[in-house]
Design a protein around this ligand. Sequence first.
Ligand SMILES: *Cc1c(COP(=O)(O)O)cnc(C)c1O
Length: 379
Amino acid sequence: MEKIPFNKPYIIGKELWNIAQAVQFGQLAGDGYFTKQCNKWLEEHFGAKKALLVHSGTAALEMAAILCDLKPGDEFICPSYTFVSTVNAFVMQGAVPVFIDVNPETMNMDETKIEAAITPRTKVIVPVHYAGVGCEMDTIMDIAQRHNLLVVEDAAQGVCATYKGRYLGTIGHFGCYSFHETKNFISGEGGAILINDERFMERAEIIREKGTNRSQFFRGMVDKYTWVDVGSSYLPGELIAAFLYAQLEESNKISAKRLSIWQQYHELLEPLEEKGLLRRPIIPCTCGHNAHMYYILLKDLDTRTKLIAHLRANGISAVFHYVPLHNAPKGIELCSGKAPFLPVTEEYADRLLRLPCYYELTPEEVTYVCRCAEDFFIR
Ligand SMILES: *Cc1c(COP(=O)(O)O)cnc(C)c1O
């Protein structure tokens, strides 16, 4: 058996053709034909009011944080079990993270812990849809409404996944997607911000275009374009958008393939779960997940370390995931030197192991990975 990497970027069909088209159209900077096609696809497919392509999921989070209009010392509530950009984007605006624990079933923010974390300085809640499984958004939106807070969904992993039939990223005030090569739909680096509240649409375009009203100028709404706000350059070039559009157009095919890989893992690992040797992912009945990730939970850190080594010795790359942020050096500094106690985050971060999951992974390879895991436990 060939070595099985953890992730492998792939080309689904028309990527290179689209790039050649973009070159022929003669516009390589952003906001050309393919960027507009991607924006339109995201709006139509997800029923989003406004979607803007950006150069990464991180950029989408940064734009959302700017749009939240935070003052130094304002607070935002987020999980500690997440990627650094979820938190850094808001910290860069002078805001302070208030880390809450995750729910052990999904590794998503524990919504029952939100209200106790709210103070007069709280401005934003940042749910992260881990593994493309939706957070408990009805509860989160209800809390946000009652306390007049904004909600920024980190849906970097949640593209095409749903919560109660609504697409992740379209439920909060803002939704942030990533098209990094490790995600479901890829363009190397890439991302998009969904703006679901009309109040923020005009300013979103301005911030994305270096603080200018260039977009309005091109639509003929103003007769010259000028500097009107803060901002940066968040738009991707056309070659990226051309690549991405080929993937978006094949989203059903990509999703179906990933879901079948996920389902195969789920079935083959069931006997090990029944023997109490591992726990498989739990998908709440409210969620339609997108098979972004297949993970297992082991008994403890030691078991995980040994299983990683065993799989590696058999040519399989399986990897652990987030090292919690609340007790990382920067996290401790931001929590005034005193990290909160988040028992589920701390325990489960040590026990979680992600198995290879990518478009080109074959059923034979999934079987092999599961057989190697079985060998590890049974031998
Ligand atoms: C991938 C990811 C990001 C960042 O996306 P980039 O496109 O790599 O900048 C942010 N949050 C989460 C939860 C992610 O998985």
